[in-house]
Design a protein around this ligand. Sequence first.
Ligand code: PEP
Ligand code: MN
Length: 573
Amino acid sequence: MRVAIQGTHGSFSQAAARRRWPDHETIPCREAADVVAAVRTGAAEAGCLPIENSLIGSVTTTYDLLEEAFGDGTLRLTHEILYPVHHTIMGLPGASLEGIRRVLSHPVALGQCRRWLGEHLPDVELVSAWDTAGSAELVAQEGNPALAAIAARHAADAHGLVPLAERIEDDPTNQTRFLTFTRADAPALPAGSAGSTRYKTSLIVLIDHKPGMLALTLQAFGVRGVNLMALQSRPERSAPWTYRFYVDIDGSAADPRVAEALEEVGALAAHVVVLGSYEAWVEGSRLSAPPPTPAHHTRKPDIPLVDRRRVPEGSRVSVGAVTFGGEEPVLIAGPCSVESEAMILETARAVADAGGDMLRGGAYKPRTSPYDFQGLGVKGLRYLADARERTGLPVVTEVLSWEEVAVVGHFADMLQIGARNMQNFTLLRAASRSGKPILLKRGAGATIEEWLMAAEYILAEGNPNVVLCERGIRTFERATRHTLDLNAVALLLERTHLPVIVDPSHAAGVRSLVTPLSLGSLAVGACGLIVEVHPDPAKAMSDGAQSLDIPMFAELARQVHPERPARARVALV
Ligand code: PEP
Ligand code: MN
């Protein structure tokens, strides 16, 4: 096999190509475009070009060439190569650093040694050359002892030069990423010295100038758990101030999840060029494990994943140090809504003091009227996270839409999917993929079967950590806000291995019923409770009537955890 490279013998491109294919011939080319031409015409079976350097970033000439070269679909990327780059400054035998007046090298190499040059040769003229090894060749031909070249150490030997200083790059981790390519219709290239099963896919997208369009396009990857590894923009030359985006993702287009994402990107973007799915260089790279195959691409199991027969002893779900389905009931408490920093902190401290296990509080609120308080959003999430830091209580909070899973998941320890969203399947899948434990509330009008199938969505998507929460259903009875379905709690213990807890606050709608319903729920077999508590329920911005005040909560906590002395304050920072 012949591999076309940019640069001459002794160049880093040659060394990189040899790192993967030690025994194959390399064909030196002057320009990157010549490398492309060599592959197109068949003068070489593969091409190898530098795309990015760890110190100075993108090799923009390669980026700019990619669309032109790959736009018509004749070429495809095949491999990635990482090559550690150490630079040597070299001159004629007898030359010394003090006598150097001009330094030649590829501009990318000069950029990687800027700090060393500034310190040791501040007054020399820096001259850009087409290639590192090519500049060594030039210095040898000129025969001028005031000239030096920066290139790989072995280029000195190749051209009869002597090293004046070695490892002069600005950082010892310096490395360059190369991409290799072949004709799209060519047979697969040999794996070479570094075969891997990890793939990356690169594409170029052009996006219409509309608010949110770039984010929406990239979300096609995020929502499917496909990791975005690099995003680069380059100006579109024919249309000033518009840009092409270069996207690298983790995974191969042969993975159904990636294929689906690419299809969506194709529908959203103005233009897409898929450069190819190629073997990633694994050693020293930062690739994460490939995502598990998504459920909606797998076959239906014989027994539903939620079925009790799968885990007869019952599943446990951990959130930090708290375990649902363990020996002790879990007591979650906090306000309906996070109303201010001071208020959530005061409530969190009271919950911790009384012996509660977790903190609740809504930052994104599902309100019946659009004119009611909608929650503090991200600010509320920050206050919750801060309250966790100060009290040690893990936090559960509601996520209303799939778009907000990432931000809520960033701050919360457990995601709550509320009654109104129980059958929002897109949200269930996105929440599952976040990997966070999920508190799945029952829809007010949902049957037990529908509720279990909603949980099945989460499990099928790969996340086993689901806790079910009965919070009352809508019946003909109007004397209470909802009707707490304790039948469901008892029945679920037979039907599913998932832990079940109860929210008596939303079921009752009045605080006087919260304690008796709590105790009844535990008696029936619930493994935990989630109750609303407010330091001043009369002033609550939502659900004040059903919120316990702090003394009432302390009394409930004493009954739920009679063996546990009220905890001393964990931290009062
Ligand atoms: C809540 O917990 O504040 C809430 C809105 O609950 P549900 O989804 O059960 O109504
Ligand atoms: Mn509420």
